[in-house]
Design a protein around this ligand. Structure first.
Ligand SMILES: [Zn+2]
Length: 66
């Protein structure tokens, strides 16, 4: 639930996630730690680190009974 937007972002082909060098498509390359993600360009073999922001939807807060 909390990560929904982040997951959607990773799956989307966003117009901003093109390679700054060759404008090729960047591929999500894992490494998400809630602060940064690794992206990779297959066209020119460059790796990129991008900062992400985790958003908490406190309005969805509900008690969790385990
Ligand atoms: Zn590239």
């Amino acid at each position: 639930m909390i990560r929904k937007d982040l997951v959607n972002y990773q799956n989307e082909t966003h117009e901003d996630n093109s390679c700054p060098k060759c404008k090729g498509d960047l591929e999500f390359n894992g490494g998400s730690n809630m602060e940064t993600e690794n992206w990779y360009c297959n066209d020119c073999n460059s790796s990129y680190l991008v900062q992400v922001e985790m958003v908490r939807f406190w309005e969805t807060l509900e008690e969790c009974k385990l």
